[in-house]
Design a protein around this ligand. Structure first.
Ligand SMILES: [Zn+2]
Length: 217
């Protein structure tokens, strides 16, 4: 998309979801659709299957699921603004916290033409005035998580993430798009904690855009 097309999209009077005409200029959605976002109250935002404090801005439901799908699989890069705005509804992290985007494999980045969590991290870093630390790495080509069973998923992610030693005396905030079982987040946490003598010496927590909340959460 060239600049004119991007500007046209941003300033076009139509909401990207419902096509309603009177949306706020410069925003992709009308106020009605933005208000329909399945945002979580903070006291109901915690993902209990993750071994460190982890919070989801929204439930993985319409329209967040569709927006995320368009962003990741249909090259709607301009949605990075809206998706980071949704994560930014979670409390602002303390000054000095390092943002750690969940990495994508090189193959996926090539396929998409952009690193989807890195773009979101860049927007949040600006919004919260924080630095990004890109120390988590994918070590292989991950098969699509959705095609794997729960236990395979668990084994798969554990083998696919590694990290550099994080800088000392910083809190690390992992950023991811969707969590279902929490397996990917737990693997990232384990990898980061592995650099410390005691797991509790690593100050790690996580924010995700959306989580599939179950009754057990
Ligand atoms: Zn709308």
């Amino acid at each position: 998309m060239n600049l004119t097309q991007t500007l046209h999209k941003l300033w076009a009077p139509y909401c990207a979801l419902c096509r309603f005409e009177n949306k706020v200029p410069g925003k992709l959605l009308c106020t009605g659709c933005f208000g329909d976002m399945p945002l979580r109250d903070f006291d109901e935002a915690q993902i209990h299957s993750v071994s460190v404090p982890a919070f989801a801005a929204a439930s993985y439901a319409y329209p967040v699921d569709q927006l995320l799908h368009s962003y990741k699989y249909h090259n709607q890069v301009q949605l990075a603004d809206l998706l980071s705005e949704l994560i930014a509804t979670l409390p602002r992290p303390r000054a000095g916290t390092l943002l750690v985007p969940m990495p994508s494999s090189t193959a996926r980045i090539k396929e998409r033409g952009f690193d989807h969590m890195d773009l979101i991290a860049q927007r949040l870093a600006k919004h919260w005035d924080l630095q990004i630390w890109r120390g988590l790495k994918r070590t292989g080509h991950a098969p699509k998580q959705k095609t794997l069973s729960r236990s395979e998923r668990h084994a798969n992610v554990a083998n696919q993430l590694s990290s550099r030693a994080p800088p000392l005396n910083h809190t690390l905030l992992i950023l991811d798009d969707v969590s279902t079982t929490g397996a990917t987040l737990n693997a990232a946490v384990r990898s980061l904690q592995g650099h410390f003598a005691k797991a509790s010496d690593a100050r790690v927590f996580a924010y995700v855009l959306a989580h599939e909340f179950k009754h057990s959460d």
